[in-house]
Design a protein around this ligand. Structure first.
Ligand code: SF4
Ligand code: MSK
Length: 610
């Protein structure tokens, strides 16, 4: 597809990446500050030029401020998504959004029970209280930990947070406080700055993102195993192809329904098409593949290539991870790029603003726009690759427990016996700094070969699926122990747990395992990796995992190397307090080795293995 792009005269992310070389060294090291207009200031990493900004800020201060501003942006993105989900949920309860309903009452009751809400009432009453508590977590003004973190995080973890004074008090406040503290002349202490970064990240993982996941399950159903397929080959030449790209399931759920509407199918036929294909991309794709088995066209680095097939009649985007270049690429074909959120508009795109109160009508309008664009295809530019891969997805914590026969015990037993040596979470994006999908796939393969059960989310999931790692037969690539468990349970050795906000499913699973074993999450043979991360959300995700006791390996280097003090804090010192820490490794082999070593050392401590 890169070659097709070239011959069609389309510029892609890889071309622009080349044009940016060499990228700014100060930026790579985190040593540039432009937080006030006495700057911009740069610190000389070789110690020959300036060692302080105009205001006197040191490398440690500047690197820390830059890093936690990344965390703030990532936490804000996730949590704003979570808030939107919670607001629609509240509107369901108030009867203001007729297109939506409470689909999973059992999940709602289980959330309510965790929050201490009385469930022995009409479901609407329960829902009202749960919605109120969630929204309070975004706006309360006291200093107590947010209710969702309090209800979901293990007691031992919460104690650590209290001791460090990093328990999140309000999801939004922690983000705002980062912006305050990093303003010129406020917080200059690297440790203090990074602690606030941790607090905001915890507000994301155990707050905003968690609310996003849990309420989406209640409204759209908790995922269960379902077969589907992934890669650009899921597009069909003779059908109207609609791609939904971004992160929020609120609209894409309705687009899936609208595309199945007889009236829409008839309209597509009247334009000469055989039907309508809806395919996902990035995490909107993950949301609809997990719940409905809707195929996924690709992950982050494939968004431009999808349009390059010449067969995408509409690319419908909500927000996050949407390249502004999409409209330039679409100009070379007939594709309509449709923006739907007031928060995320693209010059050159058609804007059809989404309103949950008119969800069905708007979803139909979008599908209709795609259908009407079908006859505008440029025949000579159509070229859909054949590649697509099948697999089983839909592994929520609930469905994993179901697959295990109703309790975690068989998994715990397999871990204790050594059939499964440990669990690894692989998450995150694509990044043109590394070969597309290679890190994701190779790390996963090495881990399963060493009897590590792999779970993951985001663009990792799409990479793993395209490589066949979600097929039950992929168990053949696993070590003998893991292979036997997979065959017995009829599951693949790599499990798709959802979108980026659904990393909270991994937090919940790890917490449940720790509690079942009576240990802290940091004592478990568990490790995480983000081999190809690029987004600020990944900074927040990595930080909340580390602050929750998980060893996390990054495959692309964060902009922190300009300060040894900050590097030491994140890769060494933090382990003494939270039990988790970061590491950075660039090759998939070494990423996997670090995770394997960590898991082996935890097994030794926990189970006395040699
Ligand atoms: Fe320079 Fe300090 Fe202003 Fe940053 S805050 S731009 S280091 S003077
Ligand atoms: S979509 S945040 S590129 S995983 Fe969630 Fe993929 Fe990363 Fe976006």
């Amino acid at each position: 597809m890169k070659e097709k792009a070239k011959s069609d005269g389309v510029e892609t992310v890889w071309d622009r990446f080349e044009e940016q070389q060499p990228q700014c060294g100060f930026g790579q090291l985190g040593l540039c500050c432009r937080n006030c207009n006495m700057g911009p200031c740069r610190i000389d990493p070789f110690g020959e030029g300036p060692s302080k900004g105009v205001c006197g800020a040191t490398a440690g201060t500047i690197v820390s401020r830059n890093l936690i501003r990344m965390t703030a942006a990532g936490a804000a993105a996730h949590s704003d998504h979570g808030r939107e989900t919670a607001l629609v949920f509240k509107e369901i309860v108030e009867g203001e959004v007729p297109g939506y309903e409470i689909k999973d009452e059992a999940k709602l009751n289980s959330i309510a029970s965790r929050l201490g809400v009385n469930t022995d009432r009409e479901i609407e009453e329960v829902a009202k209280d749960v919605a109120e508590i969630a929204l309070e977590d975004f706006g309360k003004q006291d200093d107590e930990v947010i209710s969702f973190a309090n209800a979901y995080a293990p007691e031992s973890l919460q104690q650590v947070w209290q001791e460090l004074d990093v328990a999140p008090r309000n999801i939004d406040r922690e983000v705002v406080e980062i912006m305050h503290r990093t303003h010129m002349g406020v917080d200059a202490d690297p440790l203090n700055l990074n602690l606030q970064g941790i607090r905001a990240a915890l507000g994301d993982g155990w707050g905003g993102s968690l609310i996003g996941t849990e309420f989406s399950d209640v409204m759209f159903g908790t995922p269960e195993p379902v077969e589907s397929s992934a890669n650009l080959g899921v597009l069909e030449e003779n059908k109207v192809n609609v791609i939904t790209h971004g992160h929020v399931p609120i609209l894409s759920e309705k687009i899936v329904e609208a595309a199945e509407d007889e009236e829409m199918i008839e309209l597509a036929k009247s334009k000469g098409a055989d039907g309508i294909v809806v395919a996902g991309m990035c995490c909107t794709g993950n949301e609809i593949i997990m719940r409905h088995g809707i195929p996924t066209a690709g992950n982050f680095l494939q968004q431009e290539l999808a349009i390059t097939t010449g067969a995408v009649d509409a690319m419908v985007v909500d927000y996050q991870c949407i390249m502004p270049s999409l409209t330039d690429v679409a100009d070379c074909y007939h594709t309509k790029v449709i923006t739907t959120s007031e928060k995320a508009k693209l010059p050159g795109a058609e804007h059809i603003e989404f309103d949950p109160a008119k969800a069905d009508k708007i979803a139909k309008q979008i599908i209709k726009t795609a259908i009407e664009n079908y006859p505008a295809r440029k025949e000579e530019k159509i070229g859909i690759p054949e590649e697509k891969m099948d697999g089983v997805v839909g592994f929520s914590v609930e469905s994993i427990v179901d697959a295990l026969g109703g309790s975690l015990d068989p998994l715990l037993e397999a871990i204790k016996e050594g059939q499964i040596k440990g669990i690894a979470g692989i998450v995150g994006c694509n990044n043109p700094k590394v070969e597309h999908d290679e890190g994701h796939v190779e790390v996963a393969k090495k881990l399963i070969a060493n009897d590590i059960l792999v779970v993951g989310t985001g663009c990792w999931s799409i990479a793993a699926m395209k490589d066949g790692l979600f097929k039950p037969e992929a168990a053949e690539l696993a070590g003998d122990g893991l292979q036997a468990v997979c065959e017995q349970l009829e599951i693949p050795p790599c499990l798709h747990m959802g979108s980026c906000v659904d990393n909270t499913r991994i937090l919940v699973a790890v917490s449940a395992i720790a509690e079942a074993l009576g240990v802290e999450p940091s004592q478990l043979p568990v490790a995480g990796a983000a081999p190809e991360w690029m987004s600020e959300k990944a900074v927040s995700i990595g930080t909340y995992f580390v602050a929750s006791g998980i060893f996390t390996v990054l495959g692309t280097t964060p902009p922190v190397l300009g300060s040894n003090e900050v590097v030491k804090l994140l890769t060494e010192d933090i382990e003494e307090v939270t039990g988790g820490k970061f590491a950075v490794e660039s090759t998939p082999n070494e990423i996997a080795d670090l995770m394997l070593d960590h898991i082996a050392s935890k097994r030794k401590e926990l189970l006395g293995e040699r």
